[in-house]
Design a protein around this ligand. Structure first.
Ligand SMILES: [Zn+2]
Ligand SMILES: [Zn+2]
Length: 492
């Protein structure tokens, strides 16, 4: 038995002052001690830190996040010339495929995307895809455009900035052009970033969100190679492929609607100063057929829904299935950003789980934030309703949607404590449980993950202090990650 000691242990929703050490054997918790046991045990001193059940982020795009982290991050850019400079600097590195991400024209002086001509000036002989921060639009250089067209795919947009179908086409072409070594390296990079961010486990999507599960099997067969515990989703509409691959779930960011930033999230009202209310990407019949078939094959379904019209469209199908053929599959409403009260009640009734992003409120919430500028101030009170959902008994889980926001457990918990709408703030106890117990429940692992309890897997996240509204340098808070009883990240 190995003993982890000199630590404060988070047990049943609080630091338990009685417990001073935990014994681990064969990757499992075998004993909680209130005094140090005698005998020759290997003991590991955790330096008086706070130990939580391993935190789990329930929705990431780890392939993209890992891959992009190996490439150009445009978030520091403040002008078009900064963007071009960053691309130019990177362009000397080897590799024919270059991806620039985290582009946000609202933080660029010129308030626009670079033009294709500007991109061509810094990169003529390699493929470049430059993607907006929300992933819903991108622009490519002429070299990439030519190669995409030669691959037999057609970009039909006349606009240089690619949206909707063309955006997907360009990005999927890029992903599919990469070789196997880079794909695997991307998952290792993501794994390291997850550990540094405080997570022992992350859910991740693999597939093109259309009809292909891409490299799902490649990663499925290598899960034990990664330091982080991956929970993988075949992210496609191909139910047969998911079943053939032995998956127990299907979906992820398969889209019921788009994004607020691109005005494609489906609303029951119009965008501010606009006659558009966004759009549903598929018909009711399409979703009914897809979700019902997955349900009948005992697959858990996850669908990206941001606007209230999209959430209702998907939840209506979950609700009908819950009434007619209840199977405890724990279908997911991913994002679940805009929810008037009536919709909250309907979600509670369908027994769907919500997979939500606390950082979205931190970045875009409040009556003078980005949401308010797109939807109007009053609508911000109907968004990211953590407290209201928990109050109704909905199983809320937390995630970063990384690469969209950072993989950072301390910031994620903090975002819940400082929600811009005081009515939607939750306690630290609830915040921790959405990243531990509820997350474990989402993958049907509530009997083995998410708690520091005898018999549970010894996955621990060790933090410097208790998450609070005051902590500013969150990255320094993660001191160690222990998975299956082994130290996989050590910053003690
Ligand atoms: Zn997503
Ligand atoms: Zn999504």
């Amino acid at each position: 038995m190995k003993i982890y000691h000199n630590a404060k242990w988070w047990i049943k929703g609080r630091i338990d002052p009685e417990i001073i050490a935990v014994g681990v054997k064969d990757g499992k918790i075998v004993e909680l001690f209130n005094k140090l046991p005698q005998g020759s045990h290997r003991s590991i001193d955790l330096g008086g830190r706070f130990v939580f059940p391993g935190f789990i982020d329930t929705h990431t795009h780890s392939f993209e996040g890992g891959l992009y982290s190996m490439m150009i991050d445009l978030s520091p850019a403040q002008s078009i010339s900064d963007v071009l400079e960053l691309i130019h600097e990177y362009s000397r590195s080897k590799g024919k495929y270059i991806f620039a991400w985290n582009f946000d024209e609202s933080s660029i002086k010129e308030k626009r995307f670079p033009t294709r001509q500007e991109l061509d000036k810094v990169l003529q002989d390699k493929n470049l895809v430059l993607r907006r921060i929300d992933g819903h639009s991108c622009i490519v250089n002429s070299f990439a455009l030519k190669n995409i067209r030669e691959s037999g795919k057609l970009l039909d947009s006349r606009d240089e900035v690619l949206r909707g179908y063309d955006n997907d086409l360009a990005v999927h072409w890029f992903h599919k052009s990469l070789d196997q070594d880079i794909i695997i390296e991307a998952y290792h990079t993501a794994s390291r970033i997850a550990l540094q961010g405080g997570f022992t486990g992350i859910h991740t999507m693999i597939g093109d969100a259309d009809m292909s599960i891409t490299h799902y099997e490649l990663i499925r067969d290598r899960l034990s190679d990664f330091a982080v515990r991956y929970h993988i989703y075949p992210q496609s509409f191909d139910i047969d492929a998911a079943l053939d691959a032995g998956a127990t779930r299907v979906g992820g960011c398969i889209l019921a609607d788009g994004s607020i930033g691109s005005k494609t999230a489906a609303l029951s009202f119009n965008y501010l100063n606009s006659d558009s209310s966004g759009s549903l990407y598929q018909t009711d019949d399409f979703w009914k057929a897809f979700i019902t078939r997955a349900h009948q094959n005992n697959l858990q379904v996850g669908v990206h829904c941001i606007g209230d019209r999209a959430i209702k469209q998907i939840n209506d199908v979950y609700l009908a299935l819950e009434r007619a053929d209840s199977r405890d599959l724990r279908h997911q409403i991913i994002h679940c950003e805009i929810t008037p009260d009536s919709l909250l009640d309907e979600i509670a009734e369908s027994k769907a789980a919500t997979v939500m992003q606390p950082a979205f409120d931190r970045l875009w919430g409040g009556t003078d934030g980005f949401y308010a500028s797109m939807l109007g101030k009053d609508k911000t009170f109907e968004m990211n309703r953590f407290a209201s959902l928990l109050k109704r008994g909905v199983k809320v889980t937390g995630s970063s949607d990384w690469y969209i926001t950072e993989l950072d457990i301390v910031k994620s918990l903090q975002s819940l404590l400082i929600h811009t709408n005081p009515d939607e703030r939750i306690s630290l106890k609830d915040a921790v449980s959405i990243y531990t117990e509820n997350a474990a429940w989402l993958s049907h692992d509530e009997g083995r993950l998410g708690k520091i309890e005898k018999g549970f897997i010894a996955d621990f996240s060790v933090l410097e202090s208790l998450p609070s509204v005051e902590i500013s340098d969150t990255k320094k808070q993660v001191k160690a990650i222990i998975r299956d009883g082994e130290m996989v990240h050590d910053a003690l």
